[in-house]
Write a protein that binds this ligand. Structure first.
Ligand code: NDP
Length: 494
């Protein structure tokens, strides 16, 4: 097994002084230096300056100033710039993928095939909305006394400066979802990446400048979320907040924005479920569980963590699953053959370990994994928990790691109730060859997205977002339009 050679462009980028991208210029800033650590080695690879009030003021002012010109630019020209940025990401695919893997520990194959290729696809999808964001011309009912007539129509106006707060699990793709949606609607953006993955969006913003985005349209500020988040959200020029991340932080962001009557999109995790029916073979169930719960070490907000299996197949499925998961060798995520990379950061590793230890101490049975291999990075072995009941802590609490909690059921209706017995509702899946049951159950499952015989796949044409404690608002499809524009009604007497 061997690692891909780090490109000279990546090494050169890491050696530069880093901070923020404001008004079309890379600014290191003078804030405290924060180490950026490669989670596969636990070694520092670079540093980044933290931003503070000064950077927030500068970025918000740049975005506000750029807004008027950007919003009045011909819509197809905005779309054309998004297409050029997609081309630039394609040209810099390997460079950005390596940078992503070095900062997040994501397998290089996933960084290329998911993070970069999907970002390109989403940019092109949103570019296609240019010229198609329209209002309506309803028929009015006002009475006419002297022959006068009335015409009413609606237009969709961009909201203004959008603050996007980004997590570390998909540092480019999630930022692109928010940024491209806002930009095609005519908004400008200030993005706050996670402090663990501060570099990729700096590079994407530079590329945007190179392909012709006007200064101030895309700004990136790095630093501590607890400090920068409130500064950005409370800023008078912030017209909207869009956030993806953990439930507690999302709730704080939601409360802060709502207190100021600012629209907010929250895409939070939860505790997604996967229900397998008895007509699936053991082999199909095992493959489905791995797809649903263990890709990217479970660090996907839509990944399943609660698994409901038919009692008849329960023991055999878990036996084969453990064999399969235990055969995955942890290694360098820069190795194209590697199938098991590290978790994204030390704090997250500690959180996952603690939750599994708690489950163990409460009487759940760890069938495989349940610890870290003897490696310097932040690795955690794929873990299978046979939980003692639906009340087990890990049937309720998100680990966001490679930890599946498994429960056997005798009765499908009973299992369906357990799937819905959660304060969260981002996503779920049902697995069966019985199309009638698949459709009936997908209607009954309370989640923003229900997959049948698949899990975690997203498509730009299909809206994505949660219900209950998993957030509000929808990304993609046509649903994003109402999140980044406001309706204006115009009425004319003639
Ligand atoms: P957070 O949800 O806290 O962070 C997400 C983003 O919010 C980051 O950019 C973060 O900045 C920022 N942020 C932090 N505090 C605030 C605040 N008060 N106001 C505004 N923005 C803020 O996730 P963490 O990175 O801290 O990870 C904690 C746990 O969350 C993980 O262990 C994981 O379980 C879960 N998680 C879930 C995700 C999901 O998509 N569902 C994604 C990422 C994590 P900064 O990085 O500087 O703190």
């Amino acid at each position: 097994m061997s690692e891909v050679a780090i490109l000279p462009a990546v090494n050169a980028f890491l050696q530069r002084e880093h901070g923020h991208y404001i008004n079309g210029i890379s600014h290191p800033g003078q804030g405290e230096l924060r180490p950026v650590v490669n989670p596969a080695t636990a070694q520092q690879i670079a540093q980044v300056h933290d931003g503070g009030d000064e950077e927030v003021q500068a970025a918000m002012a740049a975005a506000r100033q750029a807004f008027t010109g950007w919003a009045s630019m011909p819509t197809l020209s905005r779309g054309a710039l998004l297409l050029k940025l997609a081309d630039a990401l394609e040209q810099h695919r390997e460079e950005l993928a390596q940078l992503e893997t070095l900062c997040s520990g994501k397998l290089i194959t996933l960084s290329r095939g998911l993070e970069l290729d999907q970002s390109v696809a989403y940019l092109r999808y949103f570019a296609g909305w240019a010229g198609k964001i329209t209002g309506e011309t309803p028929e009015l009912s006002l009475p006419s006394f002297h022959g006068e007539k009335y015409r009413g129509f609606t237009t969709r106006e961009p909201l203004g400066v959008v603050v996007g707060i980004i997590p570390w699990n998909f540092s480019i793709m999630i930022a692109v979802w928010k940024m491209a949606a806002a930009l095609v609607c005519g908004c400008t953006v200030v993005l706050k990446p996670s402090e663990f993955t501060p570099f990729t969006m700096l590079r994407v913003a530079q590329l945007a400048g190179e392909v012709g985005f006007p200064p101030g349209v895309i700004n990136v500020i790095n630093g501590n979320g607890g400090l920068l988040g409130p500064l950005l959200i409370n800023h008078p020029d912030c017209a909207k907040v869009t956030f993806t991340g953990s439930v507690p932080t999302g709730r704080a962001v939601g409360s802060a924005a709502s207190a100021l009557a600012k629209p907010v999109t929250l895409e939070l995790g939860g505790k997604n479920a996967a229900l397998f029916l008895n007509d699936m073979s053991t082999e199909e169930i095992v493959a489905g569980i791995i797809e649903a719960g263990y890709v990217n070490q479970g660090q996907i907000c839509a990944a399943a963590e609660r698994f409901y299996l038919p009692a008849e197949k329960f023991d055999r499925v878990l036996e084969v699953l453990c064999q399969r998961l235990s055969s995955l060798q942890p290694g360098s995520p820069l190795d194209e053959q590697c199938q098991l990379g590290p978790l994204a950061n030390r704090a997250h590793l500690e959180k996952v370990s603690k939750l599994v230890d708690q489950a163990r101490s409460e009487g759940d049975e760890v069938l495989c994994g349940g610890g870290s291999p003897d490696l310097p990075g932040y690795y955690y072995l794929p873990t299978v928990l046979k939980v003692r009941s639906a009340d087990s802590t890990l049937m309720q609490q998100e680990t966001f790691g490679p930890v599946g909690s498994f429960l056997a059921y005798q009765d499908e209706e009973q299992a369906l109730k357990q799937v819905n017995d959660s304060p969260f509702g981002l996503a779920a899946s049902v697995w069966t060859h019985d199309l009638s049951k698949a459709l009936r159950y997908s209607e009954q499952i309370k989640a923003g997205t229900v997959w049948v015989n698949m899990h975690t796949f997203l498509d730009p044409a299909l809206p994505f977002g949660g219900i209950k404690g998993s957030g509000n608002g929808r990304e993609f499809g046509s649903a994003f339009i109402q999140d980044y524009t406001r309706l204006k009604s115009v009425m004319v007497r003639y």
